[in-house]
Design a protein around this ligand. Structure first.
Ligand code: NDP
Length: 451
């Protein structure tokens, strides 16, 4: 058994029930075999054993009072995965499915993603099994304050800088930052994704969706293609999906789908700028369901299925797929249907949205496939730019941040291709992203000795 396979076996044996974490570890480590061969010093220094183990994982009780005056108790998590190249950094997710396995997989992925951005950020992730759906603004505020009442002692601008993720957007960041500021009596860049009035960066809300689209455009360009007149499927209807729809439309593509956890809409005419604004108001303002879009614009709405199931069941042709909802939303059957119907490019706005079977199919059929840790790194990269602006006590213009984001996405794309080629995996974005992200972190860990 190779050294890497021994490490994978140990991870499984230590935490047998953490299936999402195993999936992420296997996907990364299996592509790192060539680095183990070229860097025997990493084996001697136990880098592979250490990189799969979080620096620390914090679990805490979050008690809060609902509008009826009843006490509710949720569970809070912060996994500080790796700070070899900078402070821990990664989002906070509020969703009923959140558990230690999901937070560990996200923190592990984040370590490599943050490294790829070339900015000095380590990897971390946090969250709670709290379900924001159906809660009043006051309940959301009380929950965010209760969550920060414990989290504040573990984070800091030079130590660990959380951001948003599923269920955590501008409103929640505002409540958490306000409470941190109150109890610490300091106004520092301890969270990113802040409002523009109190230290946020222009383009941060747009960054993940825009960045994913820029990454897809880079991949398409390697085959002399672009977004013009392409039919594009986007899943999700949240932060990442909304700005992916906006940017794809600006680049000349026609987005025909979005979904939420209840339904998928298929709008063959395309989700134009006006319809995209409608989705933003529906989801961010009125906090409604995507079904209302179909009522308003008289298009197809399929309840109970996600975008990829609907595409498969109805045999819909799309040229480009941007999964932007959640992990494991796109399985092998869905991937086969996409390929059969002529899909040429998949760029992941979400983290690990394609199952291992789906990834195998994309690779087998030589689809341009950009894994999340590269394709959606624009969000955290712009968080890094927000941290820089906070440290410098400056704010950059919209154009300046957007240009930096575009430059970072181009660099990540080039770094993936270059690492893949150097290590004998030409054109393989999965291997390229993992190897490029890993090497920087591994070299830093090696330099520190055993700590
Ligand atoms: P949001 O909470 O803003 O949106 C998530 C969207 O996905 C919602 O519309 C939600 O539906 C939908 N969704 C969630 N679960 C499912 C499901 N099982 N089936 C169908 N739809 C579902 O989150 P974000 O847009 O911020 O995050 C989306 C993904 O992107 C996540 O994987 C996240 O980790 C990743 N990501 C986010 C970044 C960011 O900057 N925000 C950065 C990098 C990655 P509903 O409205 O019903 O809840």
């Amino acid at each position: 058994m190779s050294h890497i396979n021994e490490v994978i076996a140990k991870v499984k044996q230590r935490d047998p029930d953490q299936k999402e974490f195993h999936q992420a570890v296997i996907e990364v480590l299996e592509t790192l075999e060539p680095t183990a061969e070229r860097h025997p010093e990493f084996l001697k220094a136990g880098i592979f054993e250490r990189i799969v183990e979080p620096e620390r994982a914090i679990l805490f009780r979050v008690p809060w009072m609902d509008d009826k005056g009843q006490v509710q108790v949720n569970r809070g998590f912060r996994v500080q995965f790796n700070n070899a190249i900078g402070p821990f950094k990664g989002g906070i997710r509020f969703h009923p499915s959140v558990n230690l396995s999901i937070i560990k997989f996200l923190g592990f992925e984040q370590t490599f993603k943050n490294s790829l951005t070339t900015l000095p950020m380590g990897g971390g992730k946090g969250g709670s099994d709290f379900d924001p759906k159906g809660k009043s603004d006051n309940e959301i505020m009380r929950f965010c304050q209760a969550f920060m009442r414990e989290l504040f002692r573990h984070i800091g601008a030079e130590c660990d800088v959380p951001a948003g993720d599923i269920g955590v957007g501008g409103r929640e960041i505002g409540f958490m930052f306000g409470y941190y500021k109150k109890i610490r009596n300091e106004h520092t860049g301890v969270l990113t994704g802040k409002g523009i009035e109190y230290g946020g960066s222009l383009i941060r809300p747009e960054a993940t969706g825009y960045g994913t689209t820029y990454f897809a455009a880079e991949m398409l360009a390697t085959r002399g293609l672009d977004f013009k007149n392409k039919i594009v499927a986007v899943s999700g209807a949240g932060n990442v999906a909304q700005y992916a729809v906006e940017k794809v439309t600006q680049m000349g593509g026609r987005v025909i789908t979005v979904c939420d956890s209840n339904a998928t809409i298929v709008d063959e005419e395309g989700i134009n700028a006006e319809k995209c604004c409608y989705i933003m108001d529906l989801k961010n303002g009125r906090r409604g369901r995507i079904k209302e879009y179909a009522d308003r614009y008289k298009c197809v709405c399929v309840e109970g299925l996600n975008v990829w199931d609907v595409i498969r069941e109805q045999g819909i042709k799309v040229d480009i797929a941007l999964p932007c909802a959640t992990q494991n939303e796109l399985d092998g059957e869905n991937a086969a249907a996409l390929v059969k119907n002529g899909c040429i490019c998949v760029a992941e706005g979400a983290n690990m949205p394609s199952t291992p079977d789906a990834v195998r199919i994309f690779q087998e059929y030589k689809i341009l496939y950009g894994p999340g840790k590269a394709a959606n790194a624009g969000g955290v990269a712009t968080s890094g730019l927000e941290m820089s602006q906070n440290s410098l006590k400056l704010s950059w213009s919209r154009e300046e941040v957007d240009q930096r984001l575009l430059g970072i996405m181009k660099n990540i794309h080039a770094a993936c291709l270059s690492a893949a080629e150097t290590y004998g995996k030409k054109g393989d974005y999965v291997a390229g992203a993992n190897i490029a992200g890993f090497l920087k972190v591994a070299k830093a860990m090696y330099a520190y000795g055993v700590v």
